[in-house]
Ligand binder design. Structure first.
Ligand code: ZN
Length: 279
């Protein structure tokens, strides 16, 4: 700014002492031709050529706009702004990367958890299926064991049916007689417990009584030999005695009685036929 040694009003003095000569240096925006026309004279002299005055005004206006900065500074500022933009971009990019990575990590964790859950569920289902299969297998095995234990079988083989169930010679015969050679193996009809094995004082000779799993009691009389004892558990078809003609008997045979629920005797043939055994 050109100095002026005369002040009026409340204007403050210049911050720097006045120098003998001052030059108005046009800013970079001025063309060399115009700049060459600038002539600065003694301090205080405000006589500028019209062109120089005009350019000075331009210069001042430009300076007032703050555009007369050092090109290097401008470039540096621009670089800084670019750098700032780059930094913002990088920060934004980094943020995006972090967000992306976090999202990926969370997704991976979720996937892993989901996979673990699926595996656990599959294992649980497999264990449950195995337990169910084991339970069914045990149940089936138990059912088969029960079926085996509850089956009914023929007491002996090689016999001839003689006296049947009913009245004979004016007397009730509550049994089926099976004529067979002495010493023929006699078997339990099903699973049960031996409730009598010994000599009968009522004419049955050596007799075996078995109470079966359904409560029925069988009598097998006139044996020559007994091979089971009272309280013994027997299985279907198990040997219990050998046939004979002991007691009140006219010849070797097995006298077979069937007492449902240990009650009155019933006809053995239809009763056994109902259980798949045909004498
Ligand atoms: Zn008889």
């Amino acid at each position: 700014m050109p100095s002026n040694n005369s002040y009026t009003g409340r204007h403050r003095p210049p911050s720097k002492p006045s120098r003998g000569r001052q030059f108005v240096v046009p800013v970079a925006l001025l063309s060399s031709t115009v700049a060459g026309g600038l002539v600065v004279r003694q301090a205080g002299a405000q006589e500028l050529s019209p062109e120089a005055a005009a350019m000075k005004n331009v210069s001042n206006s430009v300076a007032g706009l703050g555009l007369a900065a050092d090109p290097d500074a401008v470039a540096a500022a621009a670089a800084n702004r670019a750098g700032a933009r780059s930094s913002r971009d990088m920060a934004r990019d980094a943020s995006a990367i972090i967000v992306g990575a976090t999202t990926s990590a969370e997704a991976a964790a979720a996937d892993a958890q989901e996979a673990a859950d699926r595996a656990a569920a599959a294992e649980k289902a497999r264990a449950k299926a195995k337990a169910e299969a084991d339970r069914k297998a045990k149940e089936a095995a138990r059912a088969r064991a029960i079926a085996r234990a509850h089956r009914w079988v023929n007491p002996l083989s090689g016999y001839t049916l003689t006296s049947g169930f009913g009245w004979r010679w004016g007397k009730m015969h509550p049994a089926q007689d099976l004529a067979v050679a002495t010493g023929t193996p006699v078997h339990a009809l099903s699973s049960g417990t031996v409730v009598f094995s010994g000599w009968s004082t009522e004419g049955y000779g050596y007799m075996v009584k078995i109470r079966y799993w359904d409560g029925t009691v069988s009598w097998m009389a006139h044996n020559s030999r007994l091979v089971v004892s009272v309280g013994e558990e027997v299985e279907p078809g198990q040997l219990v005695s050998y046939s004979g003609s002991t007691g009140n008997s006219t010849g070797p045979h097995v006298h077979l009685e069937i007492h449902p629920d240990d009650g009155a005797a019933v006809s053995p043939r239809p009763w056994l036929a109902d259980r798949g055994v045909y004498l």
